[in-house]
Ligand binder design. Structure first.
Ligand SMILES: C[S@@+](CC[C@H](N)C(=O)[O-])C[C@H]1O[C@@H](n2cnc3c(N)ncnc32)[C@H](O)[C@@H]1O
Length: 208
């Protein structure tokens, strides 16, 4: 199998193809862990707060639930997933873009969520992304993100749910280091295993 030189292309094309299949697969097995961290976000911010959701997929189920509480901006690299998200999230602003190339002003959001998405960003770019997230958050704002729980430089699969796919990430200690290095306070960093895969779930807050 020949993979794209830029793994982002593999990810974007992959989710163009498998978006609906991913949604039903991940919706069932991962619902308890999703709900747990959606509650952390919702419980920590008053209704109408501004949320940036990175890698929203087709918006179901998480972004749609969050968008009932938050004034939501959702970002998605796959053009077909972004299109699906626009129809599933009528009240949200959906931007089709690479989350590592976004430009928002400092202190633009009260909360940032990234459920199962940063794991597709090359790991040597994840530190700069976390720095940007820290800058976009208002003081007191919260980030909830799924990250790799083990060190993985480049993980390719030629048939994941029917399409080639790419993952990358750092282990727990390095991820917590990136969060704290960005000036965020890690409130929790737990490895959760809702299915055959384990991921690190980080809840981090920007100091007031
Ligand atoms: C595993 S899915 C998770 C979708 C949704 N957040 C959820 O919880 O089910 C990962 C999503 O992140 C998107 N994604 C991956 N890399 C991205 C990037 N660099 N910029 C924006 N979106 C990205 C993928 O296209 C995909 O839709």
């Amino acid at each position: 199998m020949n993979f794209d030189a830029d793994p982002r292309l593999t990810v974007a094309r992959g989710y163009d193809l498998i978006g609906d299949r991913y949604s039903s697969w991940a919706g069932e097995s991962r619902d308890a862990v999703r709900t747990k961290y959606e509650r952390v976000l919702i419980g920590g911010s008053p209704a109408g707060s501004g949320l940036l959701d990175l890698g929203c997929g087709n918006g179901i189920p998480t972004t749609r639930r969050l968008a009932r509480h938050f004034h939501t901006t959702a970002v998605e690299i796959s053009s077909l997933q972004a299109m699906r998200a626009r129809s599933n999230l009528p009240t949200a602003r959906v931007i089709c873009a690479d989350m590592t190339r976004l430009q928002f002003g400092p202190e633009s959001f009260d909360a940032v969520s990234a459920f199962f998405s940063i794991i597709h960003v090359p790991r040597d770019e994840q530190g700069a992304l976390v720095d940007s997230i820290a800058a976009w958050l208002r003081p007191g704002g919260v980030m909830v993100a799924t990250m790799m729980s083990r060190s993985l430089d480049t993980g390719w699969e030629d048939d994941w749910l029917g399409a080639p796919m790419y993952w990358s990430g750092n282990g727990v200690e390095k991820n917590v280091g990136l969060i704290e290095g960005a000036g965020l306070m890690a409130e929790s960093a737990e490895v959760e295993s809702p299915d055959s895969e384990s991921f690190l779930w980080v809840v981090a807050r920007k100091p007031r």
